[in-house]
Design a protein around this ligand. Sequence first.
Ligand code: SF4
Ligand code: SF4
Length: 509
Amino acid sequence: MIIAKLVEKIDSFIHQLTEKVSFHGGVHPAQNKLMSTHQPIQTAPFAAQLILPLNQHIGPESVPLVQIGQQVLAGELIARCAPPLGVPLHAPTSGTITDIGDYPIAHASGIYSRCIVLTPDGLNQMASFTPRSIPTSPQSLKAILLHSGIIGMGGAGFPSFRKIANKTGQIHTLIVNGAECEPFITCDDMLMRERPTAIIEGALMVAHALGATRVLVGIEDNKPEAALAMKTVYQHATQYPNIQLDIVPVPTIYPMGGADQLITQLTAKEVPSDGHSSDLGLIMFNVATLAAVYDAVTVGNPVLNRVVTITGFAIEHPCNVLAPIGTPFNHLVTWAGLKQQDAQWLMGGPMMGVPVTNFQSPVIKTTNCILANPPEPEAETLPCIRCGACMDACPIHLLPQQLYWHAKAGELEKLEALHLKDCIECGCCAYVCPSHIPLVQYYRHGKVAVRTANNDKIAAQRAKQRHENQLARKAAEEQERSNRLAAKRAAMMAADEAAQAAEAPKELR
Ligand code: SF4
Ligand code: SF4
């Protein structure tokens, strides 16, 4: 273990001297990846219960279609998507639905979320799947992505069908994200080594459906085995002669796997602050998402499981495991062996991971890693010394130090003016800060405060508009009423005059 750590440190140092990085900033934390790549992807026994959150994606939660006591097969639809933006949920194995209720999930705030609980019967009986035709248009690709419950499995959780442009040819290049820059995490690395055909074929299918002519696969240069496996497979892929695919080694630097950073590295283009990669004719998919696309087409099955890295210095046998969605974290960690009971658990890596407050939290479609490390003494937070190291490290060209001051002071307009919304919460600034200031926490609070204030502003504007509309309506009604009265009065006067004229002596007429 000590030798592995030493090798990684030397590797990181060499990269600092030699790399050609196209984006600003970035850092070189110790990678600690070797410990979990010694063995192939493992299969763990089923947990006693699978806990399936109805909201594993960005968007509204899915709507349950099952009842407590119902028997289901693996792959059976158990929750439909809430239109128009949700994704459906499928049973990861066969068994009985034993509860539908609120359960803890891995989230920064330790919240509970509505879940379907499935007790596996151990038989893993599959619903019947039918292979699909290879998608030939954005619409047919969209339908496959939606019905298979595919979301961005790199961690974003964005429903993949929502990324797809409506017209063929709007996208010219598919970017495949195989960077996996966060320390400790190796699930994408192992997937590329073991299922390169699924990833390459999945990428070519997506590019073909979109009418894209180029595929760029970005893999950090600390994963030579993965890059070689992918290259070997592509040399034999002949089905799409019109698509050019390149496997591009990119420097090992964090956060190379950030969407905008990888795009800049591979294309030398920058996604505008208020724009999308599709504005540049680009779309990005993570390698695990593309493997899911391949399975959805060639086998017809939806997302039932995913590869998760179980790692850290508190884990006896760090490894990667194919975990059914819904598997509780403690089931996997116990299976891999926990050396230290007081270990600190994270879902994700040390830079962007979320602390796990409840060990029963389940694996969801975006869970790439469960990290357990011995507890570390908290470094004392000191005053900012205005050294500027955070500014040098920020890959977005933000001013982290100023953002910190304004977040601390609650100066929301200044936070907006300094583009706080563009912060990807990568943690590079906090990583280099000699004063150990938990900068990202300030930015998260700042973002919530800005969003709340903006929502309040919008609500106040709407209330004002409603009030003004009400006053205008009342005024219009009043005007109409007085017009009606005036008309009535005029009519009565006219009638009176006519009657008086009729009653007057003939000679006066
Ligand atoms: S790195 Fe830390 S101490 Fe240095 S300027 Fe930024 S916030 Fe201040
Ligand atoms: S957390 Fe935000 S401010 Fe800090 S380095 Fe990353 S993008 Fe920049």
